[in-house]
Design a protein around this ligand. Sequence first.
Ligand code: IPE
Ligand code: IPE
Ligand code: MG
Length: 263
Amino acid sequence: MWDIIHKFFNKVKDKGDLEKVILEIKKGQIPDHVAIIMDGNGRWAKKRGLPRTAGHQAGVKTLKEVINLSKQIGVGYITAYAFSTENWKRPKQEVDFLMSLFERVFLDELDNFNKEGVKINIIGYKDRLPKAVREKVKDVMEITKDNKEIVVNIALDYGSRAEIIEMVKEVSDDIINNKLSVNDIDEELISNKLYTTEQPDPDLLIRPGGEKRISNFLLWQIAYAEIYFSDTYWPDFDTEIFLEAIIDYQKRERRFGGLKKSR
Ligand code: IPE
Ligand code: IPE
Ligand code: MG
């Protein structure tokens, strides 16, 4: 089957063929949850002699395309890393630009999210974001909450260690207040105290931009995720590369510590 897909894939340029590729892909295993570290915006811009902020702006289009395509192939959840707890270390001008970009995107894309059935869920510390962004976060989550086609978690001021610390505090509080006993603590309980509560763990983690690291993203949740690295910078990460990542995922054998099925 992979040969057929690859043959189609080489001819993906026109729309008709893309649809055939999608049909082929849908015959295989589709990751229910795809996590993406949207990296390489700054280098993309630098390569073009543009300010880093132009790279962030260009990255928005890629995310929209990836959401759209994910919906078409039947991905249920996307978690996109947009701003880490460590990204506050960047120059104020870049941080300010990013904050106003998030604000603008949540406002401008709201109708589109509703039209496409996209439920937006912002994960991360919310209280450190500028007030205007916090308000848009609240609005976009409230207004899209009943959308059913796909859930898109946007990780904003997100750090996995911070998330784990929050979880530990919450569990400790519940124990002190006798709402929980120590013996109740298990994997399911911990998972449901994280920002991704009630969601399946990511099946596939994609990192464009050439770096081969996790950068404090979903450390608990990616325990058994398949990882796909790409050298392409996020603004250039197009439909074809995304589908290539999905095809690569379909060829993997997930064992979860067990043995191959045929043995
Ligand atoms: C990712 O792109 C976006 C954010 C971290 C906000 P970068 O800004 O990290 O781009 P590079 O890695 O410097 O190219
Ligand atoms: C990870 O990218 C965070 C986001 C994509 C939002 P970084 O560019 O911040 O990660 P490092 O510094 O290369 O590890
Ligand atoms: Mg980076």
